[in-house]
Ligand binder design. Structure first.
Ligand SMILES: *[C@@H]1O[C@H](CO)[C@@H](O)[C@H](O)[C@H]1NC(C)=O
Ligand SMILES: *[C@@H]1O[C@H](CO)[C@@H](O)[C@H](O)[C@H]1NC(C)=O
Ligand SMILES: *[C@@H]1O[C@H](CO)[C@@H](O)[C@H](O)[C@H]1NC(C)=O
Length: 510
């Protein structure tokens, strides 16, 4: 009996270890791929054969890991954005998404190696596709006749809800690009409706249409991309309810948030000395790899420097400019910092951040409270989640003053607050399956049962049925009919009566 089960285990392991997997990552954002890379390398490490289309080829690829490199074809996004947020900048994000989505598709399909690969029609058990600014990759998966698993390094984009049948309701679902979290004000709900429509329309009518045309230049039989999107087997979503709140997801949407966070390594050199000699601990500041900290307007910079002077902590800041004229005993700056190692250090008391999903999951991983100042993209929704979960507090750019920042730092460094964050971090780690294992498990599951699609029926019903418009119309019509019938009845019988009455009155007169 034992032998049989051992044999079965080996057979199962063996069949699971032989998957041929294609990863398609045409978007050039470093912070996105930084997350996916961990998952892709782990798939290879577990014996799967990986082919990865991306702008980030491995310098030393693991065994079974083959790159199809798009590197050099588009400028990589780094230290590009300024610290600024307005309606205009949110609208510009829509334009950014559609231009990069279109460009990513064109660059990928024009690549010779990609074309050759598609021509050879290798058999892939699974195609892993980033779900972000384009569905172009779904066309390739279709040509290869392979099932698709979607992956994200962030929360859902507005157009992801309907394809997966996930309810979107502005009154309680956080909106990617705007403030308000799960408890928006009326004004915020009104904003959401307009921006949701804007982002979805631009996606369907500009991005998707353009990708469909680009694909049509190479292949003549690609079905509508939105139909292919509904065929996605599973979505591995960079969420976890401990941080992002309890949400209504169908069974094929799997929360795998946090798997990219590596073990913290011991610090070295000047940075180690600076942090370990900080008597009152340190506060870490970083606005990520895409936003330039040094683009802070001078009054906002002055607010941060003022807060530094007031607090006894030392500060470590990811700052791209060479020099900042602040006491070397107070502030350590560098244009690149080992963020995970800093957050993992016991002297780190708080993290002042732009609330990118990468850094936010790293902060909850190590139980470091946050002051979140969202700038762009999903950051407003993340910042709301940080506050609602108890991981930290939000501070909008417009409210960034010396006093507000000091108050925010004091609040999150309060022992009670920190204790709660430590507990939250414990809950974050307390899962039946660690997130990387979960991501791999469901990828392999999708390959094992690729003949089934587990999407909810909600993704299939037409909109008018989804919102029960037809039911409402039939009942309203019926109600009107009954009312009309009743009115007719009343008027007939009452008219009859009133005639009788008037006749009897006439008789009496006589
Ligand atoms: C693994 O992938 C590479 C590159 O796509 C391919 O050449 C090779 O045949 C694959 N190996 C197996 C065993 O499928
Ligand atoms: C330093 O900051 C100034 C103003 O914020 C900017 O104009 C300059 O390009 C920056 N220098 C570097 C090396 O980033
Ligand atoms: C899946 O469906 C295909 C086509 O209908 C069939 O040939 C194949 O055997 C099925 N796979 C499994 C594992 O049953």
């Amino acid at each position: 009996m034992k032998l049989i089960s051992l044999f079965l285990t080996i057979v199962l392991l063996d069949s699971a270890s032989s998957l041929n997997i294609l990863g398609i990552f045409p978007y050039q954002g470093k912070s996105h791929f930084f997350v996916h890379r961990v998952y892709l390398r782990e798939l290879a490490k577990r014996g799967h054969n990986l082919t990865v289309i991306s702008h980030f080829p491995e310098k030393e690829p693991p065994k079974n890991y083959h790159d199809i490199s798009l590197a050099g074809s588009i400028k990589i996004l780094e230290d590009d954005l300024v610290v600024h947020r307005s309606y205009i900048s949110v609208l510009q994000v829509g334009i950014f998404l559609t231009t990069t989505g279109k460009e990513n598709c064109e660059v990928m399909l024009a690549n010779n190696e990609v074309q050759n690969m598609i021509k050879q029609k290798p058999k892939f058990d699974i195609v892993v596709v980033e779900q972000f600014n384009s569905d172009c990759a779904l066309g390739i998966a279709y040509k290869l006749n392979a099932p698709v698993v979607g992956v994200t390094s962030h929360i859902l984009m507005p157009w992801h809800y309907s394809r997966l049948g996930i309810p979107y309701n502005p009154s309680y679902v956080s909106f990617h690009f705007l403030e308000g979290g799960t408890k928006p004000t009326l004004v915020q709900r009104l904003e959401r409706v307009v921006f949701d429509l804007y982002f979805r329309m631009i996606y369907y009518f500009v991005t998707q249409r353009s990708d469909q045309n680009t694909l049509a230049r190479y292949f003549n039989d690609i079905p509508p991309l939105e139909d292919l999107a509904r065929e996605i087997k599973f979505l591995l979503l960079y969420h976890n309810f401990v941080l992002t709140g309890s949400r209504l997801f169908p069974a094929n949407v799997i929360e795998v948030g946090g798997y990219h966070v590596q073990k913290a390594k011991p610090l070295t050199g000047d940075l180690k000395k600076f942090i370990e000699e900080a008597e009152n601990g340190i506060i870490y500041i970083s606005f990520g790899s895409v936003i330039r900290s040094s683009s802070l307007p001078s009054d906002k910079l002055e607010a941060v420097l003022g807060a530094m002077r007031e607090l006894p902590q030392r500060f470590v800041w990811k700052w791209e400019n060479k020099t900042m004229h602040v006491d070397k005993n107070k502030l350590y700056t560098f244009d690149w910092l080992p963020q995970v190692d800093i957050l993992g250090h016991p002297k780190t008391l708080a993290f002042f951040s732009h609330a990118g999903m990468g850094g936010t999951t790293e902060a909850i991983h190590f139980g470091v409270p946050m002051v979140a100042m969202p700038v762009i993209g999903d950051q407003p929704a993340n910042a709301a989640a940080i506050e609602e979960s108890g991981l930290g507090v939000q501070l909008q750019i417009r409210d960034l003053t010396n006093q507000n920042l000091v108050t925010a730092f004091k609040k999150v460094m309060d022992p009670k607050f920190r204790e709660n964050v430590k507990l939250l971090s414990k809950a974050w780690h307390d899962r039946p399956l660690p997130p990387l294992d979960a991501a791999i498990y469901w990828t392999e599951f999708a390959a094992r049962y690729s003949n089934f699609t587990f999407r909810t029926a909600a993704a299939d019903v037409p909109l008018y049925q989804y919102i029960n418009l037809d039911i409402a119309l039939v009942y309203i019509a019926l109600l009107l009919l009954i009312l009309a019938g009743f009115k007719a009845l009343v008027s007939i019988c009452c008219l009859g009566k009133s005639k009788e009455i008037s006749r009897s009155k006439k008789i009496k007169h006589k």
